[in-house]
Design a protein around this ligand. Sequence first.
Ligand code: GDP
Ligand code: IMO
Ligand code: MG
Length: 422
Amino acid sequence: MIKADVLLGLQWGDEGKGKIVDVLTPDYDIIARFQGGPNAGHTLEFNGIKHVLHTIPSGIFHPTAINVVGNGVVIDPVIFRKEIEALQKLGVDVQSKLLISKRAHLILPTHRLIDAASEASKGKNKIGSTLKGIGPTYMDKTGRNGLRVGDIETDEFMEKYSALVEKHKQLLSFHQYDYNLSELEPTWFEAIEFLKQLQFVETEHYLNNAIKNGKRVLAEGAQGSLLDIDFGSYPFVTSSNTICAGACNGLGIAPNRIGKVIGIFKAYCTRVGSGPFPTELDNETGEKMRQIGREFGSTTGRARRTGWLDLPALKYAVMVNGVTELMMMKADVLSDFQTIEVCTHYSYRGKTIDYLPYNIDPAYLKPVTVKLKGWNKDLTQIDNKAKFPIELMEYIRFVETAVETPISIVSVGPDRTQTIRM
Ligand code: GDP
Ligand code: IMO
Ligand code: MG
């Protein structure tokens, strides 16, 4: 039986998942997002145009692939509508190629307000949330209060909506948070009406039948493993399981139906929002990396924090995901560095360790790095691995050996074509 493959980020998000899903889509019949929501920003570049997708899977530009928004995703109807309308303007036939799980939860205007109120009340301990209402929506899901896509088609929709909003109003008054809901609700309800033209499906049946019938499915992750609610740098994480197991929960595909697990990582590290970041370069080198890599958030425009590649963290992500192959992104960004550092160990409470521990707070943990010679050569025009500089090949081998997993693709620029198969 052909199994479903999973593609996900191994760091703190923004590894380049959107680009690679787009590159791999010709090999698949179905692309399915399994968690997260409009906190994600997945960038695709081809024919000189750049597209940023938030909720819609990154296979949408291919003529035949079906794109599934799984039950594990949370949908903001307003953002979703904007995304669809932008695609329709480009001539993409979204209606026939997009299936939405009836079990996916809806982000209400009040979820966004609660996100903002909760962040404001945390002061300097704030998560650095994208303020898209992600945390409050998943809280209502696990708290068994949530509103789902399938509810839109029922007579009780308004009743359920109002009951949930009443709960939210109490929470907002507890936070003493000022807001004007009447400004937000009309657009939200218009977007709900808009959604009704789309296909609401029991995607768990659809996907399992597809797999049974030999269709090739690629599950697309959002965020990254170090933002996972269980295995990330808690509490500075997102509110879903971003790891491979999240694809099973978020799509209704059993673990024994999962085939390849493709882990995407940058040749260095970035993080946007708060929380510990062991290899962070809060200096000129980090600023240089940010400028060359254009490390500014695809969703919020915030500057991303930058740092060297962290191998113990990468090994951890490979372990919890069962990664079978790696893809290294943004190698071109390191071309201007004479020396490239890589974190191989940590100094943790006076001991040297080679694994990611429970506590990665800078007060307890410092990175131990090795210095490697940079390649100092532009990579963006290279079209074949035979043309890779020797130092880059050494860098690739160094990582593969450390994490005991092969690298199958090296990306040398944002465009579809700047993708080198190993
Ligand atoms: P995602 O959230 O994992 O899909 O990643 P984002 O789209 O948020 O961020 C990745 C950014 O890097 C985007 O602006 C991409 O266009 C860009 N990008 C992807 N791969 C490469 C690459 O190999 N080199 C360079 N320079 N940019 C890349
Ligand atoms: P993609 O899919 C990078 C970060 C936020 C914040 C934390 C919690 O594009 O890789 P949330 O809005 O989920 O409550 O924010 O997680 N974060 C991301 N960082 N890429 C993302 O998605 C992210 N989605 C959330 O910055 O630190
Ligand atoms: Mg992103």
